[in-house]
Structure formats: C-alpha cells, structure tokens
Design a protein around this ligand. Structure first.
Ligand SMILES: [Zn+2]
Ligand SMILES: [Zn+2]
Length: 333
C-alpha cells in the first residue's frame, strides 16, 4: 500500500510503499478514503515541544473515513463493506477515569497516528471496538471530520448548559475553534469567533454562514463582555486577553494545547470568581452528537475542507502550518 511516512527528520513526510498491516483477531482493516490533517499532526510534523512521545517513522493521521475490507474474527464480519470512522483515542476501559465515563483522560490513553500508525495510508488497522459506522447523510469526506467535531462537542459540554442569552467568545479560528463556535451558534447563543486579520479570508470569514460573528483581534476589544470564553488558539497573549473579555463570574474553557507557559495574575481572576475548566479530546458518546451536527450542516460544511491527493501530502501539511486553509484533507480514493 502507499503511505505517507513521517520520517525522523523534522518537517519531512515522504511517500512509501508499505506492507499491509497484519491483523490481530480483535482488529479490522480499513481502506481509507479521506484523512484530515489535524493540528496535532502539524505539531508532530514539526517535532513541536510536547510531541516528543510521537514514535518515528510513523504514519500520521487520526481523522479518517473509509470502508472496512477485512477482519479475522467472524464476529466482525458484519462490518465488512461498511463506511466507517474510528475513535482515535484508544482507552483501557478499566482505569478509574474510564469507569467514570471519562475515557478521553484514560490513564493509559494512546492516540492513533501519534502513538502508532494512523490513517494517512491506503489501509489502516484498528481494534474493532473503536469503529463507528457513518450515519446516512454524511458524505465520506465530511465524515473524516467526525473526530474534530467530537472534540468540539466535548469542549462545549465542559462549559455546562448553554443558554440562548449567553454571549460567548471563541478564540482561534482553527478547526476546533471553528466547530465550537458553530455548535454554540446552533444552540442559539450569540457567538463571536476571533482570529488575526491574516486569518480572515481563508478561515474566519467562513463562520458567518453558521450565524457566528467574526472578530478580528487587531481591531481591538469586542465592545461587550462575554459570559464564556473558549480558548482554542493556543496563543499565550490570547489566554490573557480572553480573561479580560469575561464578565465577572464568567467561565473560561481551555481547549488548545500550548507550547509555552503563561503567567497569570490570579488575584484578578479570584476577585471576579472566574471558573476555569479544561477539555481534552472526546469520549465515545461525543461522536453521537458530532454526527448529528455534521448531518444537519453537511451542505454548508463541505467547503471548509481543502482536498489534496496523497501525492501532495507535504503541500497539505505546509498549507496547514501556514494557515492558508481551514482544513486540509488528504484524499486516498
Ligand atoms: Zn485531531
Ligand atoms: Zn482507562
């Protein structure tokens, strides 16, 4: 099979012929159709701080859709021929967090395409228990975005109930911030999505057709304080400005991952009784709501993706890094 291999060299991905993955009895083989390039793939590509754990060489990619083509165990035969996605976060199911339903923070968690080979190849294998059939009405290329949508669903849940009277600022027009803002607007809240001026044309402006208000950071403050901030940018400056955008008693949800430490003057946050919460990955149940949103908005969401053939995988990564596209997706079909 053809595969995009992330080599031991920073910023290098090469195409190679590889042997098909050998199946264990609890696994299925998937022929991949589309695979999204995630922010974490970009970090792994650039050997960013915090990604030292990524084994190399590796096939990256955890946001993919495809068709089950093989299995060893007869109990998975029914999956053959089905269009599927995979929950990429592999959990043990036994630790305290798993038992309490918090599988995204399983003490043993391993992520497909970061800890072991993922979906930027013609074929990929996974344990059958992580396979999810794609509901009718979601095109295969959009289904590849089920995982980032589930991460956005999970983040929104971390803020508690959203009310129609809430005013919310989502910081960072990457795919997670974008999806968070879309979900919140669907729930009837007034939602701003903020980003830099250079992000406006290719990323930020696309939020308007979902009822989200784009806000350019360089243009200054919002002009009103908000009830909730979702920090999805990963920028240290945005962490601070996010807190200053909050009403007294507001909530801040941190979804981004940061390369550097941030110094905060906690007295201000204490005086305002700001609630701080964090959100990491998603749980299996979050995919159910992700499918609902993808299906509901499937037509409008199609043009947020930029599709690259596998032969242009390096270009897809460079465009993702340079933020000239909202969501690079590799086509393998
Ligand atoms: Zn991802
Ligand atoms: Zn666990």
């Amino acid at each position: 099979m053809r595969a995009a291999i992330k080599t031991v060299k920073s910023g290098e991905i090469i195409l190679q012929e590889k042997e098909l993955p050998k199946l264990n009895s609890d696994e299925v083989l998937i022929q991949v159709d589309y695979c999204g390039v995630c922010g974490s793939d970009l970090h792994a590509y650039k050997h960013s701080k915090g990604y030292e754990f990524v084994s190399k060489p590796i096939i990256l990619g955890h946001e993919f859709s495809g068709v089950v083509v093989d299995c060893l165990d007869a109990s998975y035969e029914h999956l053959k021929g089905k269009s599927v996605i995979v929950e990429p976060m592999n959990y043990c199911g036994k630790c305290e967090n798993c038992v309490n339903g918090r599988k995204s923070i399983c003490t043993q968690n391993k992520v497909m395409g970061l800890h072991f080979d993922g979906g930027m190849a013609q074929f990929v294998k996974t344990e059958a228990r992580y396979v999810r059939e794609i509901p009718n009405g979601i095109p295969l290329q959009l289904a590849a975005l089920s995982e980032p949508m589930s991460v956005a669903v999970h983040a929104v849940h971390q803020s508690g109930e959203i009310s129609k009277s809430d005013t919310i600022l989502v910081q960072g027009p990457g795919i997670i911030g974008f999806f968070v803002s879309v979900i919140l607007a669907q729930k009837g809240a007034k939602v701003y999505l903020s980003g830099l001026e250079k992000d406006y044309e290719n990323r930020l402006s696309k939020c308007q057709k979902f009822g989200v208000i784009p806000h350019i950071v360089e243009s200054g403050n919002l002009g009103e304080k908000v009830d909730i901030v979702f920090e999805c940018s990963g920028s240290n400056a945005a962490v601070k400005s996010g807190f200053s955008s909050l009403k007294k008693g507001g909530k801040a949800i941190f979804v981004a991952l940061y390369e550097k430490e941030t110094a905060l003057f906690l007295t201000e946050l204490v005086r305002n009784e700001v609630s701080i919460n964090t959100s990491y990955g998603s749980n299996p149940e979050d995919f159910n709501e992700a499918f609902v949103v993808l299906k509901l908005l499937s037509e409008q969401l199609m043009d947020i993706m930029t599709i690259y053939p596998l032969t242009d995988v390096s270009q897809a990564f460079e465009d993702g890094l340079n933020q000239v596209v909202l969501k690079p997706v590799i086509s393998l079909c």
